[in-house]
Design a protein around this ligand. Sequence first.
Ligand code: KG4
Ligand code: ZN
Length: 365
Amino acid sequence: MAAFLRILGIETSCDETAAAIVVRHEDGRGEILSDVVFSQLDEHSAYGGVVPEIAARAHVEALDGLIEEALSRAGVSLDEIDAVAATSGPGLIGGLIVGLMTAKAIARATGKPLMAINHLEGHALTARLTDGLSFPYLMLLVSGGHTQLVLVRGVGDYERWGTTIDDALGEAFDKTAKLLGLPYPGGPAVEKAALTGNPDRFQLPRPLVGEARLDFSFSGLKTAVRQAATEIAPLSEQDIADICASFQKAISRTLRDRIGRGLARFAKEFGHLDVGPALVVAGGVAANQEIRRTLQALCIEHGFRFIAPPMKLCTDNAAMIAWAGLERLAEDMPFDGMDVAPRSRWPLDANAQTLLGSGKRGAKA
Ligand code: KG4
Ligand code: ZN
């Protein structure tokens, strides 16, 4: 292997268009030379969610410029990179096509190898870029499209321990916000409203709490919020704050139970680790302070390190895609051919069962 490897990463799976240049030094350390993200939030907010067609068109418009920007900020030319990595699933197919085809064109024109990357693998390996974490560890991905607890055993070696059987956690925040008349995206709006609310006013359900399996369910919670809101309508600002605070409390309690069981299972299976066990969090919902506090406290209780990469690297970005490509290159994993196809569905753990209703949106990751 060369003294270092330098790679261009491209991310277009949902509503962020992103490009990054990342280096992997000989000692395995990663360094982000540039990381540019264009968030399409403004394009979609009027619709209360991501519109696939609009997203794909916006990727087409933004991507070339972002790649130029990433190269120029890193001070490198296309000839000076060793490979091109692009997200090729899971996600919205129109966006994936834009990113992957662009990567193919660059790879073909420059003669550099192409790496088709699983977006979830990007999230899963980020903590190795930011914190140099060693395998194995547990990763909780909580975003608008996914809620998964994954055992990360090695590059390309993942075991899904739990997933949502209905809504993703970010989706539950977004839907709750919508029915309370709060703006999109709902997570930050619900969190803000909850600050002045009474978390004990409404007794909301905590689905699957107490069950041995490590899956999640959030659609019942959303329904309970709707019922509570309907019963006391019209809602005052205080009512909304109380519902939001009660909603967050129910979620925190649910996560305590589910993730607590996951940590206990990890400790049982990997009790012999030289370095202490660790839980990594990823995805937009990781921005939520109450959820962070809950996970942090849980990790302290169980003797785990709690690793939350900077928010810019927790949400969708291209540095994580570049890094996943570098990890694959370093392991001498095969390149992808020009015939590689984007996949709207692409589970990290090929052996995990598809759960009824899970990821039905199948789009956001
Ligand atoms: O990872 P992300 O930026 O995008 C994808 O889902 O791909 O996650 C976005 C999700 C949205 O559902 C949003 O409401 C949620 O993360 N979110 C939050 C917060 N900030 C963003 N949820 C709860 N609390 C927050 N502060
Ligand atoms: Zn994501």
